[in-house]
Design a protein around this ligand. Structure first.
Ligand code: UGA
Length: 473
């Protein structure tokens, strides 16, 4: 059933007796911290929980542990308004909340492609035995289909039946870099529920979102559905987005062989509204804490369900994505005049500057970052690699230790034989190649995100290589 809220809501009272349900967010990573802060901004009383004491003391002190535009200001505003608190105490969480949102990570398991559900399990088994009144435990984390049913069993095992604690699933779709906007103004909300009470409670827990939409003359579509569909909506959406990116990157491979330009091809097919122009940017491919691990976990779950063949194409999506990272190494060898053999190129003695470490701009997240993956490959091939990123340096250093990190763009490019732009930060897109001319050892650039103005760089005397574009010297 799809309802366009605001419409007549099902009314249920918060078990705590508070006028609006009190919300807890379990896990304060990229997802939970953003939700906790934004829902306090929407007027809710909010408690954020994490097992990581350092993270909680930072948040309590008004300091967001991640880089997400707009979040710092909202954190400080809502801390001082008294609506937002953070804790490491499960007792406090159980005492406080009417709706507990599970926002913990579900990373790829080290032993395979499946998702690691240990944080989800631990959140539920720590919280449930401490609950003293009815509450709703609602999942937001991305999970394999079937998880909500399993959580319901865990809850039954760990809480007395008379409390009537219920479970729901309401996946999130925020994109890092624009997460505040995505949470305050979502393009849809999904309620995976089993009862009218759970629907009413989720409605009440999102009423702030609907009220904001009302003041802006918008409607937020809500799909009320079963657990399995709600869980699948999230992974299906991410699988589709990953497939779209790999589709255009596959076209880039063909363009490279045929001497065509994938950026013009993407623009041309994107004018067809059935295709659309979003997520058709060819480049070094997708990374981050979501798309890569989600398509793998989805395949693993489909195998378990006996429908592995249905998702076999996602294996190709992954392979296309990995090949784009290797393509940067191949282009580097080509531009630097190094042979490319079966064991890869020998880049010893070359100085390569990589601009970008995060998986996308306006984030400090380096999880499965294509840029850092290329950094590792270049270093392994013998290149002396220098990295610069406006926000991701600390995280990058923790991930890849044995390369040089520069504090500024200017320092980073000084003496370089080749520059690779692998994250499309504004600072790189706007860089004036003429001002870099005297700093570099040679004017060679690989535009791994097709984000530079090719004509400007070529006019400044640079040998330019884009992704899926004809070579220009
Ligand atoms: C993704 C989804 O877009 C969100 O809807 C979802 O909520 C989130 O995962 C999640 O599961 O939590 P995010 O990981 O923040 O969000 O990043 P995206 O904006 O999807 O970008 C993913 C990667 O694809 C980046 O490395 C980006 O550079 C790359 N990309 C994106 C391309 O290479 N080409 C494009 O056209 C678009």
């Amino acid at each position: 059933m799809t309802i366009a809220y605001p419409s007549t809501p099902p009314v249920v009272a918060a078990p705590s007796g508070a006028p609006r349900p009190r919300l807890t967010f379990l896990g304060t990573g990229y997802l939970g911290a953003t939700y906790a802060i934004c829902f306090a901004e929407l007027g809710y009383e909010v408690l954020g929980f994490d097992v990581d004491e350092a993270k909680i003391s930072k948040l309590s002190g008004g300091d967001v542990p991640i880089h997400e535009p707009g979040l710092d200001e909202l954190l400080r505003k809502n801390l001082s308004a008294g609506r937002l608190r953070f804790t490491t105490s499960w007792e406090e969480v159980a005492e406080f909340g009417d709706v507990h949102f599970i926002c913990v990570g579900t990373p790829q398991r080290p032993d395979g492609m499946a998702a690691d559900l240990s944080h989800v399990e631990s959140a539920v088994t720590n919280l449930a035995p401490l609950l003293k009144r009815k509450a709703l435990i609602a999942g937001k984390s991305t999970v394999p289909v079937g998880t909500a049913e399993w959580i319901e069993q865990l809850v039954r095992r760990h809480t007395p039946a008379e409390l009537g604690v219920e479970v729901a699933w309401s996946p999130e779709f925020l994109q890092e870099g624009v997460a505040v906007e995505d949470v305050l103004r979502p393009n849809r909300i999904i309620f995976g529920v089993k009862s009218d009470w759970a629907t009413g409670m989720l409605y009440a827990a999102h009423k702030g979102v609907f009220d904001l939409a009302l003041t802006e003359d918008r409607e937020v579509p809500v799909v009320v559905t079963d657990f399995a569909t709600a869980e699948l909506v999230k992974v299906a959406a991410n699988a589709f987005l990953a497939t779209k990116i790999s589709f255009i990157n596959a076209m880039a491979e063909v363009c490279e062989a045929a001497g065509a330009d994938v950026t013009q091809l993407a623009r041309s097919i994107g004018y067809d509204a059935r295709i659309g122009n979003k997520f058709l940017r060819a480049g070094v491919g997708f990374g981050g804490g979501c798309l890569p691990k989600d398509i793998r976990a989805f395949q693993a779950r489909a195998q378990e369900l006996g429908v592995g063949e249905a998702l076999r194409f996602l294996h190709e999506v992954d392979l296309i994505n990995q090949r784009r990272r290797q393509k940067i190494v191949q282009l580097s060898a080509e531009l630097l005049g190094r042979g490319y053999g079966p064991a890869g190129p020998d880049l010893a003695g070359t100085r390569i500057t990589v601009l970008g470490a995060t998986f996308k701009p306006n984030s400090d997240d380096v999880r499965d970052s294509p840029a850092l993956s290329v950094v590792r490959k270049l270093a392994r091939s013998g290149a002396e690699v220098t990295v610069y990123d406006p926000e991701g340096m600390d995280n990058a250093r923790n991930d890849v230790a044995d390369v040089t990190y520069s504090k500024t763009l200017t320092d980073a490019v000084t003496g370089a034989d080749l520059i690779c732009v692998l994250t499309e930060w504004e600072e790189f897109r706007n860089a004036d190649p003429n001002s870099l001319n005297e700093l570099v050892a040679a004017r060679r650039v690989i535009d791994g995100r097709n984000c530079l103005d090719q004509s400007v760089w070529v006019a400044a005397g640079w040998e330019y290589r884009g992704m899926g574009k004809p070579a220009v010297a």
